[in-house]
Unconditional design. Structure first.
Length: 199
């Protein structure tokens, strides 16, 4: 499936890309589709671009198709298992938000209500969102180390009810993750940790 997806992406065949993603999501689920189909192809496309400087259009097409596929695979949770939502956001200035979409989809499949706040969320906006929604958990994504700022975690407001804070992405791997945040290493671990935290 990953090889076929890669060939379709290189051919700029977005219809085939979307059909393969839909088929994989239906048969294999969110986590397996992300780990075994999408990530290997994204890695290969990025490596090709780094080596040759070509293929940015392939990466962009693939990203758009992947985002759309995971949005379509995200059920609307009207009666969630959690009374307080989970906030998903990128760190300030971090624009690589694609991995938050499979996480949102997997949590929704498990009946967890999420609020997707997207890319490059300013710190003040994150603070405001935490105050306004009193979330049960917050997941902060950093693709690049320069965006993994522990100061953003320290600035989160204290609420009457505990908010679990999780950080994910390669950007956090080298840095120190300060309390109260907890590092999650991959999609399955993130979904499991958030689900356990909110139910």
């Amino acid at each position: 499936m990953a090889r076929g997806l890669g060939r379709a992406a290189v051919a700029m065949d977005s219809i085939s890309v979307q059909q393969m993603l839909a088929d994989s999501l239906a048969s294999e689920g969110v986590v397996a589709t992300w780990n075994e189909v999408v990530r290997p192809v994204l890695t290969a496309v990025a490596a090709r671009w780094q080596l040759s400087g070509a293929g940015v259009e392939v990466e962009h097409l693939l990203n758009e198709c992947v985002l759309a596929a995971f949005v379509r695979a995200t059920p609307l949770v009207t009666n969630g298992r959690n009374h307080r939502p989970v906030l998903l956001a990128c760190m300030p200035e971090e624009r690589h938000n694609l991995p938050l979409y499979p996480l949102a989809a997997e949590l929704a499949v498990r009946g967890v209500v999420v609020r997707q706040l997207g890319a490059a969320l300013p710190s003040a906006a994150l603070v405001s969102a935490v105050r306004r929604t009193a979330p049960s958990a917050v997941v902060l994504w950093a693709q690049l180390p320069r965006y993994a700022d522990a100061g953003v975690i320290a600035a989160l407001p204290r609420t009457r009810q505990q908010v679990r804070v999780f950080v994910g992405g390669p950007g956090w791997r080298r840095g120190v993750v300060t309390s109260p945040a907890e590092r999650v290493e991959d999609l399955a671990a993130a979904a499991d940790a958030v689900e356990a935290a909110v139910t």
